[in-house]
Design a protein around this ligand. Structure first.
Ligand SMILES: [Fe+2]
Ligand SMILES: [Fe+2]
Length: 332
């Protein structure tokens, strides 16, 4: 097994030597100032950083905040080290995103135990990220089977995220809605291709099969705890405001807000992309169709806000915009 790599950041060589000695079972890299630390954190991808607070500029706090705001480094656990013993110092460190805090002089056993525990958490977190990547890859692979649905989830996530932002939902609600946008149709993976990709109209029986996809998607995602907040959005994205949707026939505001948002984003994308049986509608035709069907199908208040947004904003989708895994992890 690969030896975990630890970056020690301290301007005092004697302190770096001491830590190196204490942690000799690990691969150690060293930085004597904040700038070098930030460079090495990106270049060497350490599994843990032990960071002294008091250093010439940038000090430990500003190195910490740069590390925790950069997606390339925000997952690396950081132990802040200080000679200051006060509780204030400790609280400030943890509030700034430190994963642990330790005072000098070290108790060697305590330091080793904390290092070990953070490395274990980091490993579990990496495994969780991998599982989330696999699920997202499945969703992407499923869409790629059909020319008409390619990138549908990416666009739905984008539109739903814009609407959630317009509604001034909290950062974490916005993130959940964007992640749910990526995964809302994941359950289609459990539907046979001959039905899913059928170029003609579906029979009643076939449509019944299609209707199972929100439940299949919910089931797949329910095994991953990070996806818990998005399960109701996946399950209910085909409910209708008049109660005639599926799977539960929920009506009006009994439908979770995220699912009402998703239903509009989902429909807008379907309207503005080519289908096997028609060409994509223009933005203004899609606007009219959404307006005509508000109330029976979609939440009228949300349709109004969405349509206002269509009038005022250009939609620019970057296909590399943040992956759902990163969005979830950004929550801290
Ligand atoms: Fe769907
Ligand atoms: Fe969809």
């Amino acid at each position: 097994m690969k030896r975990p790599k630890i970056l020690i950041v301290d301007d005092q060589q004697i302190n770096r030597l001491l830590l190196r000695k204490l942690l000799k079972e690990y691969t150690i890299i060293e930085a004597s100032n904040g700038e070098a630390a930030l460079r090495l954190a990106i270049a060497k991808k350490p599994d843990l950083i032990i960071l002294d607070i008091i250093m010439p500029k940038p000090d430990g706090y500003s190195v910490l905040s740069t590390l925790k705001s950069n997606p390339a480094t925000w997952l690396i656990p950081v132990i802040l080290v200080s000679t200051l013993q006060g509780l204030d110092e400790k609280i400030k460190s943890l509030e700034n995103g430190a994963d642990d805090f330790i005072s000098k002089p070290f108790n060697p056993l305590e330091l080793k135990a904390r290092v070990k525990s953070l490395l274990r958490i980091k490993k579990l977190q990496e495994e969780l990220v991998m599982v989330q990547h696999i699920v997202v890859s499945l969703a992407t692979a499923m869409e790629a089977k059909d020319d008409y649905s390619a990138n549908h989830s990416l666009r739905t996530s984008y539109y739903a995220g814009k609407l959630a932002k317009r509604l001034m939902l909290s950062d974490s609600e916005q993130k959940h809605i964007r992640v749910a946008g990526f995964l809302h149709d994941l359950g289609k993976i459990g539907i046979k291709d001959r039905i899913l990709c059928k170029p003609a109209a579906l029979s009643e029986d076939e449509f019944e099969v299609i209707k199972s996809h929100p439940l299949i998607g919910e089931k797949i995602c329910s095994s991953i705890s990070a996806f818990a907040p998005i399960l109701p959005i996946i399950r209910h994205h085909h409910e209708r405001f008049d109660g005639k949707g599926y799977p539960d026939g929920l009506k009006g505001t009994a439908i979770p807000l995220g699912a009402r948002i998703m239903a509009i984003a989902d429909a807008y994308d379907a309207l503005t992309t080519d289908r096997s049986y028609r060409k994509a509608y223009s933005k203004s035709t899609a606007w009219e169709i959404l307006h005509r069907n508000e109330g029976p199908q979609w939440d009228p208040e949300l349709v109004k806000i969405f349509c206002q947004m269509l009038k005022e904003e250009d939609f620019l989708i970057h296909h590399d915009f943040a992956s759902p895994t990163l969005l979830l992890l950004a929550e801290g």
